[in-house]
Design a binder for this molecule. Structure first.
Ligand code: HEC
Length: 196
């Protein structure tokens, strides 16, 4: 066996190793464990909005009170279909994968006595006010670390506001916060006093 042949053999061995590594990586890539399937919901959330993925990321800090004032419970009811896989909304509705959500707004965390909440949710103090709901629906796991609600979160602030005013119609009817006056359009009526 001359060195040329040895080289060929070595080359062949190397090539097979590369192929094996390649296949292994590809397999990893194809069968990587998906973390539950929050993507499915994320996509649904995006599709519901009129704008594309770019718009969903745009961070414009509109105050929640302003968004709530402009929100539409009918749109919220439609958006709530994303939650219906796990939640019921009617008074006395059964708990499923998630608790019944009737009269959640303004009530305590872990408000459904028929549902076995996570310790994280049970130990979260305070009530479900608008801010808390907004944060939770935007990113459940960030708002209540350790929650067992496996929902990726609803990115668009307007959609969350629609959903929250819808939830508020379900036996709660908590008064909406006063929306701050828009900054620019406000005519400077008081300051425009005639000079002497
Ligand atoms: C995959 C199932 C699932 C989906 C989808 C889901 N939830 Fe949940 N939700 C849960 C579970 C489970 C809990 C209980 C969480 C815990 O105990 O940590 C929960 C808890 C909640 C709570 C707290 C209720 C309470 O009594 O404290 C609210 C509010 C809520 N979900 C709203 C929503 C909204 C709004 C949507 C749709 C945008 C939604 N959820 C989608 C499973 C889900």
């Amino acid at each position: 066996m001359d060195s040329f042949e040895l080289n060929k053999i070595a080359g062949a061995v190397l090539a097979s190793i590369l192929v094996i590594l390649g296949v292994a990586t590809l397999t990893d890539f194809l069968y990587a464990p998906k973390e539950a399937n929050p993507q499915a919901y994320a996509v649904a959330a995006l599709e519901d909005g009129a704008a594309g993925p770019g718009a969903a990321v745009a961070e414009e800090e509109v105050p929640l009170a302003t968004l709530l004032a402009a929100a539409d419970p009918a749109r919220g009811e439609r958006l709530a279909r994303q939650c219906a896989a796990c939640h019921t909304f009617d008074e006395g509705g059964k708990a499923g994968i998630g608790p019944n959500l009737y009269k959640t707004v303004g009530g305590p965390h872990a408000h459904d006595p028929n549902f076995n909440y996570s310790t994280a949710m049970k130990e979260t103090g305070g009530n479900w006010d608008f801010e808390a709901l907004d944060a939770f629906i935007a990113n459940p796991r960030a708002a209540v670390p350790g929650t067992i609600m496996s929902f990726a979160g609803m990115r668009r602030p307007e959609q969350r506001a629609d959903l929250i005013v819808y939830l508020n119609t379900l036996g709660s009817n908590v008064p909406l916060p006063d929306a701050p006056a828009p900054r620019e359009e406000e005519p400077a009526a008081e300051e425009a006093e005639p000079a002497e």
